[in-house]
Design a protein around this ligand. Structure first.
Ligand code: NDP
Length: 284
């Protein structure tokens, strides 16, 4: 039976380190990291994420502001808010909760956030830096996966890594981070032929497709490390991953559960990026 990678515990340990580093930063420079979160409209899931982000800021000692804008907000109004936050010295990180209502252009907002405050790492400048391996911010979920591997003592160097999913938020940056860690990386997607066969080659499998319990025991190599990024709601409301835990766990050497695996790491990495942004602002 696989070792369970406990994302809650690892996340709590990293948050404690961020809190300590924040106290030191405030004592030495008087600068307290500040995060602004913007949400437009009333999507209940987004509202929960925003509340959790505010709570995480309080936990690590950050200053935070949240802007809950009505569904009727225009692009000009949203742009004006981003412009103001870009100039605000108390704010080191700006996050606009996606998805936005249909009449607003997500790309325009991403492009408008000052790359130095782009703690989601979605701006093309930061995406490009990730590609060349010279970065300040890492996209939160893939960075969370790397932290889980590192803190579980799993060395990526030379391993066959298979990432299933090629989104800009998860799959592509995940593959790049595994490559920077010297993994031999394959990226799979919905057009991949013989997916099960490719997955069976993986020493480290990262599942990020958004399909409940898709990856079953027969798709896993004996002793593989299985990281489940998926977050899916079952008909009964229960949260489940992309990996069928029951059939995969007996074959894997390590596995992340859902919930309690990758999920808790994402906001923690957002805190890490905001701390980095504040430190960078002092250096400027
Ligand atoms: P997207 O829908 O943007 O991308 C899904 C990817 O999976 C696509 O590249 C798609 O391929 C691929 N895919 C879909 N079906 C299959 C299939 N049957 N076989 C192989 N590949 C397939 O999703 P995200 O990347 O945003 O998210 C993926 C999952 O991770 C979701 O469950 C999401 O909720 C979760 N998530 C969890 C986070 C966390 O904090 N734990 C944070 C972000 C996301 P193609 O490109 O060909 O269409």
């Amino acid at each position: 039976m696989a070792n369970i990678i406990n994302g809650k515990e690892i996340s709590a340990a990293i948050r404690a380190e961020i809190k300590e580093a924040t106290e030191r930063l405030v004592a030495e420079s008087g600068v307290r990291p500040g995060l602004a979160v913007i949400i437009v409209g009333e999507d209940p899931a987004s509202q929960v994420y925003v509340r959790n982000k505010k709570r995480a800021c309080d936990e690590v000692g950050f200053y935070s502001e949240s802007y809950e804008l009505p569904e009727s907000t225009t692009q000009d109004e949203l742009n004006a808010l981003v412009d103001r936050l870009n100039k605000d010295e108390k704010i080191h990180g700006i996050l606009c909760q996606l998805p936005l209502p249909k009449h607003l252009d997500e790309n325009e907002v991403i492009m408008r956030i000052d790359p130095r405050k782009d703690v989601d790492a979605f701006h093309p400048e930061n995406v490009g830096k990730i590609m060349i391996g010279d970065y300040s911010f890492l996209p939160c979920t893939p960075a969370g996966v790397m932290a889980l591997l590192e803190r579980s003592g799993i060395d990526v160097c030379g391993k066959e890594c298979v990432v299933v999913g090629r989104s800009n938020i998860v799959g592509k940056p995940q593959a790049m981070l595994l490559l920077h860690a010297n993994g031999t990386v394959t990226i799979c997607h919905s057009r991949t032929k013989n997916l099960a066969e490719v997955c069976r080659r993986a020493d480290i499998l990262v599942a990020a497709i958004g399909k409940a319990d898709f990856f079953t025991g027969d798709m896993i190599k004996e002793g593989a490390v299985v990281i489940d990024v998926g977050m899916n709601r079952r008909a009964d409301g229960k949260l489940t991953g992309d990996v069928d835990f029951e059939s995969v766990a007996p074959k894997a050497s390590y596995i992340t559960p859902v919930p309690g695996g990758v999920g808790p790491m994402t906001i923690t990495m957002l805190m890490q990026n905001t701390l980095t942004a504040a430190k960078n602002a002092i250096k400027c």
